[in-house]
Design a protein. Structure first.
Length: 495
């Protein structure tokens, strides 16, 4: 079934800061450009929020969260209804949102419409349904007492989201925060602010009270830092690089010991055993690396293939990469658009060069695609060794590394030999092997005979330097609530 045609030149409706359900210019008067990665041209100027604007936004959120406010006294079921309404409005404007996402991010329109919007809307609806199902317990403590727990919202949550999945990462943050009754000050990535601002307008249309959701475009070292350091922000959630995650955590600790959740980088192992369905393993490994131009924190970027099938796996993987269609993300059939910006483009090119310099064999790609925009050819390296930079560092681009292994114990040890632990996958037809290896891998998400199967219903997060805490699913609610225990002395207790 086909999808509606895109709006190739979507109208840019919102470029200001959204605070207290109102649009305003930055206090400094500064703006910054957001670029089309296909053309390297400026789409528009966006108001640049910084510390002064964060102060105003936090004050608005604090006011919305105060006792006896509209938001705090709202029935949980009504919070859910507002979230359902937001999801319905996004469904109504799905073509526009998908088109705007493609313009600002460069991902294919087909992916924006079919994948990003589907997962985004599903996330809001999942947490809308959870709003009136969050509750504590009555605890039968010793003695004549009545003891129970309440799951209360944390308060004002600072949220900083990345550029690789702007709409979806916004939903991953807003969904559990709103569901549990918090207020939010969010900074979208400076590379991709446009859909975040449009969703802010939809939250007002849906009926969220003023101050509950505040959207503040700006840069990390200014606006982002102001959020993480603010003494009236109770929690910060960040998705991005491990290096910046460490900065966020230090700022949270040195200010007011904010609650912190971090979803950071990865160098995820993808293990293909000799008994795997080879056609499936090749295609899913291709998708697991190249999806979204390789700009996925959980990309399967270390592909370990058992030696008896290594050559055949390489042959098929190279052929698949060579068939991958790169070009305008607006065109039907195109699988890969540009990288997000010049900085990422140059980082990827430098890592490709390091792979060649360190002795990996370049089988295809490795160069720029075309002469305009940040396009990179699908690239495959073989004979990759564990010490090479391309086997250790997060590339965040369309560069596939294929390594060889012999035994189960060997590959588990090598897979775990990383500072990261976000995701992993196992391809095998042996059920026992899949269970045992999954138990032994140090990663937050394990896929078996598949890759990138993400759902609002299942938790996502990493071990080690891939982050702290979990997003999505019931587990994702834990990061947005405080548990209060109330114990009352009573005259007589009965069972």
């Amino acid at each position: 079934m086909g999808i509606p045609d895109p709006i190739r030149k979507p109208e840019i409706k919102y470029t200001q800061i959204f605070i207290n359900n109102e649009w305003r210019d930055s206090i400094s008067g500064k703006t910054f450009p957001t670029l089309d990665p296909c053309t390297e041209e400026v789409i528009c100027q966006v108001q640049e929020g910084d510390k002064a604007d964060v102060e105003v936004a936090v004050k608005a959120a604090r006011e919305a969260f105060k006792l006896n406010s509209t938001w705090r006294t709202m029935d949980a079921s009504d919070r859910g209804r507002l979230m359902y309404k937001l999801a319905d409005l996004m469904e109504r404007d799905r073509v526009y949102l998908a088109s705007l996402e493609t313009l600002d991010n460069g991902k294919t329109y087909a992916d924006s419409y079919n994948i990003d919007l589907s997962l985004t809307i599903a996330c809001y609806r999942y947490y809308a349904g959870y709003a009136d199902k969050i509750h504590g317990k009555v605890i039968p403590i010793t003695g004549d007492y009545f003891s129970y727990t309440r799951h209360e919202p944390i308060g004002v949550c600072g949220q900083i989201i990345p550029w690789n999945f702007p709409l979806l990462m916004q939903a991953w943050k807003l969904g559990p925060a709103l569901c549990t009754g918090n207020c939010v000050v969010m900074k979208p990535a400076e590379q991709t602010p446009l859909t975040a601002l449009y969703v802010a307008a939809l939250t007002k249309e849906a009926g969220f009270p003023p101050g509950v959701i505040n959207m503040l475009p700006g840069y990390g070292p200014t606006a982002g830092a102001a959020i993480t350091e603010h003494l009236d922000v109770d929690k910060v959630a960040f998705t991005g690089s491990t290096e910046v995650g460490q900065i966020v955590m230090k700022a949270a600790a040195s200010s007011n010991l904010k609650r912190v959740t971090l979803e950071l980088g990865g160098k995820s192992p993808n293990i293909v055993f000799a008994d795997a369905d080879l056609d499936n393993a090749v295609e899913k490994s291709h998708f697991g690396l190249f999806f979204n131009q390789g700009q996925c924190c959980c990309a399967g970027s270390r592909i370990f293939v058992q030696e008896s099938i290594y050559d055949e796996f390489v042959k098929r993987s190279v052929a698949r990469a060579q068939r991958r269609k790169v070009g305008s993300p607006w065109e039907s059939g195109v699988e890969q658009g540009p990288q997000i910006d010049k900085g990422q483009f140059e980082k990827i090119q430098a890592l490709i060069k390091s792979g060649e310099d360190e002795g990996a064999k370049l089988m295809c790609g490795g160069a720029r695609h075309g002469d305009k925009g940040y396009f990179i050819q699908p690239t495959v390296f073989v004979d990759v060794q564990d010490h090479m930079r391309i086997a250790r560092e997060e590339i965040f681009g369309p560069v596939q590394q294929i390594l060889k292994f012999k035994t189960v114990d060997e590959v588990v040890d090598r897979a775990n030999e990383s500072i990261y632990g976000l995701a992993a996958s196992i391809f095998t037809t042996d059920l026992d092997k899949s269970i045992v290896v999954a138990q032994n891998l140090r990663a937050g998400t394990i896929w078996i005979n598949d890759y990138d199967k993400l759902s609002a219903m299942t938790p996502f997060g990493g071990y080690k330097m891939s982050g702290q805490g979990r997003e999505l699913g019931e587990y994702g609610l834990e990061a947005y609530t405080e548990i209060k225990c109330v114990t009352t002395k009573i005259s007589k207790k009965n069972s």
